[in-house]
Design a binder for this molecule. Structure first.
Ligand code: PMP
Length: 365
């Protein structure tokens, strides 16, 4: 039997076992072509079929209407931090944008946007060390002079997630869903643009999903925007302006089929809720483990916690590895422990982690 651990890495993260097995099975010979999918032209019929089918699957899963484009781009979500302002400022006709800052990824997105325009931070939880979402009555106002409103739906490092979609007052809402896309249903019609790097809930690293409303794809980019960074050109070229990341795209296609087979986002949403509740319930029951996040906004995807002493972190991670629990070391900015429990993490992984946590607590308190 092959040895597989429960992998709690934040991303690149665990992929569904069935997907890995299918990729392995057809690795050398894809659909009787006598060649691997990674050895064929992105412009040939076979790869085009993969691309088109994956786009249709994204449309089906998220119920996306025709006035949105679905793109698969390279460059990760950090490229989107730049592409969003470079394109949506409409060649400088907008001078400012609005951002919500509820964690470190939001902060990095803001720093990137500031290269191109003024940024108004309309809600900020930095003074709580990013452990909450500011109350709506504290949010600053924004209006149609702002090119868009940007927020991060799930802060992967801080473990903070929006349980609601912010009211955007009819300005385009732009969302980084890198670490929680496909983890629950949402209404795409409330968004102007949604992006998500693949390496958490969609596939291996190397490709990023972008869903953009047609009117926003038509805004004029800043003059200096490179061709690869222009949404309009990527739309025109079906995300194949250059040689696209074919293998990650193919893998994402398999994951999308798997999502459909699981019963889509309703079913996955329920499973994810149950998994997260199990882990938080145990953390709340003991004084040994602490999660600092406002209970209303705890992430269902990234469960962060600390031990009574920092010096125990390393021991926890090392002993967890010995029982097949991998990738639990917290982010280097925060320390502590982080369990990332995306779609591909089975409930059994949570049960095994909780059992281990109980034993570790007994032996170290
Ligand atoms: N946004 C969020 C919420 C993330 O979790 C990450 C990666 N962990 C990024 C952006 C950056 O993604 P990439 O490394 O693909 O650029």
């Amino acid at each position: 039997m092959m040895h597989r651990v429960f992998n709690f890495s934040a991303g690149p993260a665990m992929l569904p076992e069935e997907v890995m097995q299918q990729a392995q099975k057809e690795f050398m010979d894809w659909h009787n072509l006598g060649t691997s999918v990674m050895e064929i032209s992105h412009r040939g019929k076979p790869f085009k079929a993969i691309a088109e089918e994956s786009i249709q699957d994204v449309r089906d899963i998220l119920n996306i209407p025709d006035n949105y484009h679905v793109l698969f781009l390279a460059g990760g979500s950090r490229s989107q931090f730049a592409m969003v302002p470079m394109n949506l400022l409409d060649n400088g006709s907008y001078k400012k944008t609005a951002y919500i800052q509820t964690g470190i990824w939001g902060q990095i997105a803001i720093a990137e946007a500031k290269r191109y325009c003024d940024v108004d931070i309309i809600a900020d939880s930095e003074n709580t060390r990013f452990t909450t979402i500011p109350e709506k009555k504290e949010w600053k106002t924004f209006d149609k002079q702002h090119a868009y409103l940007h927020y991060v739906d799930n802060e992967t490092i801080n473990g903070v997630e929006f349980p609601f979609i912010p009211e955007s007052n009819n300005i385009p809402l732009v969302c980084d869903m890198s670490s929680n896309i496909f983890s629950r249903p949402f209404d795409i019609n409330q968004f102007g643009l949604v992006y998500a790097c693949a390496q958490k809930n969609l596939g291996p690293a190397g490709i990023t999903l972008v869903i953009i409303r047609d009117d926003l794809a038509k805004r004029t980019p800043l003059d200096a925007t490179p061709s690869m960074f222009r949404y309009s050109l990527q739309v025109e070229n079906n995300s194949m302006l250059n040689t696209c990341p074919t293998f990650p795209w193919y893998m994402a296609g398999l994951v999308l089929k798997w999502i459909k087979k699981q019963g889509g986002l309703e079913a996955l949403g329920k499973k994810n809720q149950k998994k997260a509740e199990k882990l938080y319930n145990y953390i709340d029951k003991t004084d040994f483990y602490t999660n600092p996040v406002d209970h209303r906004y705890r992430s269902r995807m990234n469960v962060i916690f600390t031990l009574p002493e920092k010096s125990l972190d390393e021991k926890f991670v090392a002993e967890a590895e010995k029982v097949g629990l991998y990738g639990l070391k917290g982010h280097r900015f925060l320390g502590g422990i982080r369990a990332s429990i995306y779609n591909a993490m089975p409930e059994k992984g949570i049960d095994t982690l909780v059992d281990f946590m109980k034993t570790f607590e007994k032996e170290n308190s």
